[in-house]
Design a protein around this ligand. Sequence first.
Ligand code: CP3
Length: 350
Amino acid sequence: MTPQLRESRFLKAVRREPVDTTPVWLMRQAGRYLPEYMEVRSQVTFLELCTRPDLAAEVTLTAQAALGVDAAILFADLLPILRPMGLNLEYHAGEGPVIDNPLRTAADVDRLSEIQDIQEMGFVFETVRRVRADLPGDCPLIGFAGAPFTLASYAIEGGGSRNYENTKSIMYGDSGAWQALMDRLVPTLIRYLSAQAEAGCQVVQIFDSWAGCLSPSDYRRYVLPHSKRLIEGLPEGLPVIHFLTGNPALYPLQREAGGDVQGLDWRIDLAAGWELVGHDVAVQGNLDPVSLFADVDTLRDRTRQVLDAAAGRPGHIFNLGHGLLPTMDPEKVKLLVEMVHEMGGDGGAA
Ligand code: CP3
């Protein structure tokens, strides 16, 4: 890694070193709220956009430049990795992802194959190389993947779900099938994230977006060991952001599973969330995304509250508690980034 990248505001915060002002990036920053994204997206399907390195690199770079954020996140999606494992993933307009051959039984799990040759996802690594080549030299690039539980829930339900009844049936009722599924996902994810890092990502984020549907004891039993194996299997020195949403009672366990930075959603005050994960790790978050629909003064007050809750402690990366929404005003989103940079210097300075 170049010294310029190593000394970037974002990577300093990851290492809990003092910074001139709070670094910020936003989940789903390259998304439908941005006219530049819609322009590219109007010409291709979502899956084509994910698998075309020229276009995926373009939307990654455009979002970083438009917002002035302190890190770029690779444009890709959580789910395409399931295709070379044997699942028929498609994205239907208005419905989101759909898999027409989901895993419902132990026999179904057996037909899921571990990816041996990770180059089947080569389009992602090519996107990383292109983005890295064109990104400002002091701007880190974040790679990502779904956590084993969240990927399993899509593979089993075949799409989004409200109650996860199929996933929980297998998880609670058939420990052999659950273990077999985790044993295929975890090594695949280790190879996938390691290859992203090798291609030029400085950090990776693991999204366990749906793990919040579990109690702490179920998370500890069915999820934590597998997320931990994944994180421990990543290359030495590659910083990991570990993010889950929907259940702050899981934060101490999220920490136990691992990660250099713990992502917090907005359902807890940042100060309380930091206590729960411990002050000896960095945190990322956690403005309620819907704050972006409020007037500018309210948005500023709410942004200041999040910054104040960090209390000038090194190791805070500002983000939303979850992703940007398609109906958000891009000008407000840019303003939010400016506000963080302007106010983050007040308490967070070295
Ligand atoms: O953050 C970024 O800008 C990087 C790109 C990114 C996307 N998806 C692009 C995307 C990232 C990091 C993701 C992660 C992702 N994908 C998650 C976890 C994130 C979270 O919110 O916790 C999940 C659950 C998915 C699966 C997924 N992809 C769903 C459920 C959907 C449909 C729902 C929706 O928002 O439309 C997608 C599609 C998707 N992924 C879009 C984008 C920009 C919109 C697709 C479009 O352009 O039509």
